[in-house]
Ligand binder design. Sequence first.
Ligand code: KG4
Ligand code: ZN
Length: 332
Amino acid sequence: MLLLSIETSCDETAAAVVRDGRTILSNVVATQIRDHAEYGGVVPEIASRKHLEMIPVVIAEALRGADVSIDGIEGVAVTQGPGLAGALLVGISLAKAIAFARGIPIVGVNHIEGHLSAIFLERPVEFPFVALAVSGGHTHLYRVDGIGRYTTLGQTLDDAAGEAFDKVAKLLGLPYPGGVEVDRLAAAGDPERIPFPRPLLHDGSYNFSFSGLKTAVLTHLKKHPDYSSEQNLRDICASFQRAVCDVLVAKTFQAAEAAGVERVVMAGGVACNSALRRAMTAAAARRGMELSIPAPPLCSDNAAMIAVPGDYYLTRGIRGDLSLDALVSWPL
Ligand code: KG4
Ligand code: ZN
């Protein structure tokens, strides 16, 4: 099946053309980062306006890149939630218009399910696996027994890991979004210089908590106002990043061991983090487990990942209709 998929849940306007939920013919992402940067975070109103402006351009580009006309598209998959209501509605409205005008089926896809499925665009992974979805809005551990078959093992009790990266970056005066900047500075920093806490590391659950870690960085900055020195800044970034990675890695593999599962998948924007990728790879190797992490462009928000569950559902006759509406909060 040749699918057009659309993703507008946050600050990326994205469209892709994907064959059989596996082969990417095009995957176009127009980021709004520069539009939100001066506000230090995503402004929902600006996000909706930018999506409205960019979505026709991005879809045209996706069709052109795939060398197909709209007549060749056999179905539409669109992110239905979770995300910003106004942002989601732009993608959903256009997806419904295309489905109605072309007389093709439409299906609403959960954004997190998209992240968890992105790996299938690169290679097959056998079920079951334990998946860590780690992004700006989510830090969740799931047992995955198949597409559509998810059991939540744990989740953040407060901030998502990406949110913690972005907030700490803001405290350090780094530009938005901070995750990439912290990653870059941490590369030349000492990750053992500052013993930041490892929240909930030994609590026996698979839950996370990152807001205390952010406060620990703030407390450190108040006590040591000399962080503007480049090396101190790098050491803070590296030490903070190490604390986040230690907790994410430990809990993911504890969960996999407890579930008796041999395979681990990591996905979401924070899965682009170079130290986290290295730490996960080393931990999997130590345990002889199979680890799969998509390439960075498939970890951060994109539309191709939405086509994977989209194709699965549509080929099984599971579809939405023109009453399809945005779901701001939608647990998997
Ligand atoms: O999945 P994503 O693109 O959007 C959401 O669904 O949230 O994730 C965005 C998050 C942001 O918080 C961003 O700072 C973080 O992923 N991020 C990173 C890196 N690249 C993106 N965090 C740490 N290191 C990175 N290299
Ligand atoms: Zn995302």
